[in-house]
Ligand binder design. Sequence first.
Ligand SMILES: [Zn+2]
Length: 95
Amino acid sequence: MSEPIKVGDLVMIVRTCCEFPLTEGVRMGLPWRVDVMANLKRSRCPKCGFTDSGSYAGSKDIVRPNWNCAPLEWLKKIDPPKLEQDERHDEKITA
Ligand SMILES: [Zn+2]
């Protein structure tokens, strides 16, 4: 759970500092794949004063002039869905 987010991971934004980023086009709960990691200049939210770490993950899939990336502290890594089915239904029916 505490593994660092890296390129190729599926992530989604699960929190923001306040409602301001949402009015700027940030969308929560939308999964996207990390294409690039970046260390940016730390930025401060003009509304609540939150200052991010400067560590960002971004996606080329999200085509926006702004907010095509998010600070890592807003992101949650999503485990890839299991493809194989572990559970087998071998229950014997006794007649
Ligand atoms: Zn804020």
